[in-house]
Design a binder for this molecule. Structure first.
Ligand code: GSH
Ligand code: FE2
Length: 305
């Protein structure tokens, strides 16, 4: 394998104890997002991945319906949260990482290419000089192949761009949190038409994850309940994706994938919350600074998306 980061992740999965880490999923039905709490049973150190701040765009009101059950679980289980890990700057929900950080501690981290995303969306929202585009709103930025530990759990970060330029997957023990690269086999893959997205890059990234050992557990960031299924699911394996992913199973060529993905993306509406979500998530989940009346405002760029 001429891919040291992937080789390291594959060795980590192969040597990890099966069934460890302990993984608890929380599904947010309004945004179809899965938040995970992952912990090491020996030390009870934990990470929270892709948390959701509930947001009603009609009233402009935030709430904690999605985040409070995560908070209650962590407190009841007596976990120490080291990290709030984002797989990418989400376009479909606001992050609850600052809320959970304030309650639980821990550092907020995302892929280092977030700086490109901040440039793009900083320009879209005509953000002023007070908006740093160097990733410094986050506590930590990951590069491809970075490694760290959650208690005794080994973690390898893989940069998997395509859906967005900054997407990363977190390989934790024998489990991979794939973000928005692929979805469950019967739904396929993520869209690649957001600013900075690219279908060919996405195919290479998701096929890279599928080079991991066949038994590797894969955890999705969303499930959209395709026709023919009546319950939400978010866990599968490398072997199952390679056999059955409707967009990207073994045998699908890069060109076939790109034609399919670009064709399908032309039919998709923008996510309901993209404008509030990216404006907040590019700031690591923080609202823009309040104006002189003490109120924080979100902008709507007209006729831009
Ligand atoms: N209907 C959802 C769609 C959200 C959406 O576009 N999700 C992205 C991931 S952030 C995606 O890849 N969707 C694939 C698809 O809808 O086929 C919404 O409005 O929030
Ligand atoms: Fe996404």
């Amino acid at each position: 394998m001429s891919d040291p980061a992937l080789a390291h992740a594959a060795a980590q999965v192969a040597s990890a104890q099966q069934g460890v880490p302990v993984i608890k999923a929380f599904f947010d039905a309004p945004t179809f997002t899965v938040t995970y709490v992952v912990h090491d049973p020996d030390t009870r150190h934990a990470a929270i991945l892709d948390s959701v701040l509930t947001y009603d765009p009609a009233s402009g009101r935030t709430a904690f319906e999605a985040a409070d059950p995560v908070l209650a679980y962590v407190e009841q289980a007596g976990l120490t949260v080291d990290w709030h890990l984002e797989t990418h700057a989400h376009a479909d929900h606001l992050s609850a990482a600052p809320y959970l950080q304030q309650k639980l501690g821990g550092k907020i981290a995302i892929g280092a290419h977030i700086c490109e995303v901040q440039q793009t969306f900083g320009a879209l929202f005509n953000a002023g000089a007070e908006f740093a585009r160097d990733g410094s709103d986050f506590d930590h930025l990951w590069a491809d192949g970075d490694t760290f530990a959650i208690g005794n759990l080994a973690v390898t970060v893989l940069h998997v761009p395509g859906h967005t330029p900054a997407c990363v997957a977190y390989v934790i023990g024998d489990a991979v949190f794939v973000g928005d690269t692929m979805f469950m086999p019967d739904y396929g893959t993520a869209r690649a038409d957001f600013p900075g997205g690219d279908a060919r890059t996405l195919f290479r990234s998701l096929r890279r994850i599928l080079e991991l050992p066949p038994e590797t557990r894969l955890f999705m960031c969303h499930d959209y309940l395709p026709e023919g299924r009546d319950h939400y699911v978010w866990e599968t394996t490398v072997a199952e994706q390679r056999r059955a992913n409707v967009h990207a199973h073994d045998g699908v060529t890069e060109d076939e994938f790109v034609a399919m993905r670009e064709g399908r993306d032309r039919t998709l509406a923008m996510p309901r919350l993209i404008l509030p979500a990216v404006q907040v998530n590019m700031r690591a989940g923080h609202l823009p600074a309040p104006e002189d009346n003490g109120v924080a405002y979100l902008k709507i760029p007209v006729n831009q998306l």
